[in-house]
Write a protein that binds this ligand. Sequence first.
Ligand code: ATP
Length: 296
Amino acid sequence: LIQLYIPLNFLGVIYRELRQSLTDIERMFGLMHENREIADAPDALTLQPGPAAVRFEHVGFSYDPERQILEDVDFEVPAGHTVAVVGHSGSGKSTLARLLYRFYDVGAGAIRINGHDLRSLTQLSLRSAIGIVPQDTVLFNDTLFYNIQYGRPDASREEVEAAARAAQLTDFVARLPAGFDTRVGERGLKLSGGEKQRVAIARALLKNPAILIFDEATSALDSRTEKAIQTQLERAAAGRTAIVIAHRLSTVMDADEIIVLDQGRIVERGRHDELLAAGGDYARMWALQQQEAEEE
Ligand code: ATP
């Protein structure tokens, strides 16, 4: 039996390695494909570094002509403010983030940063101004250091370590067998959801972006991890213009404005207590989540 087991186990290892490299390649091609659709205008401007105000101006969008995804979405995030976007799954929250990063161009209306239409800016200057903490962070099969430095490949060792400190990774790194040089990902150490999110925050902070997009993980987190991530988010967003795509309403209580999306339209907006008092969709979602939390 052991003679059979060893080759099978070996095949398992090869299979996992192959699958992981395919995943990495798929991601690369996915990005290249999306990039090809978007090109810089011949006279594109460089977005100047510094505080950034974001404005969605009557934005409409569809991935394919049969189905409208966003309709007349209109809101502003003044420089240094935090706006949270909530709504049911599929209401178009992540699509807003993809449009701001200009993976796609809007179908109607415009998105502006400091008054400049995104389509009039160079992609390089636009994307340098935006840090994204995605829902599911993909870790490369490499060291933790490499995985953080990926946020800004020319960052020095000191800068990477400072970003890790700011994302509260210090204790975690100290416990790793080879510290920052420990291999993580499929073939290395597996990180928990909370740890991966902190790596993503460190990556985003390394860019020191004027605009931060935080796409909260949908996966269930225990309440301690959830609290820790919330604190992280608040720290990372301080002094930046932030858009938080939230699934747990407890994350957005302190936002300057909360936008409720339903089937691609804004159906309610305001601060947490105003929305609770209004007794609409938000108040219903809140009551439901409170009930779920109590049942747990
Ligand atoms: P969730 O809370 O589940 O993350 P969401 O509110 O962020 O959802 P989006 O990811 O913005 O929703 O998706 C909005 C709609 O657009 C969904 O119905 C989704 O199926 C569709 N959609 C998303 N990406 C694409 C795509 N690349 N091509 C076609 N349709 C898409």
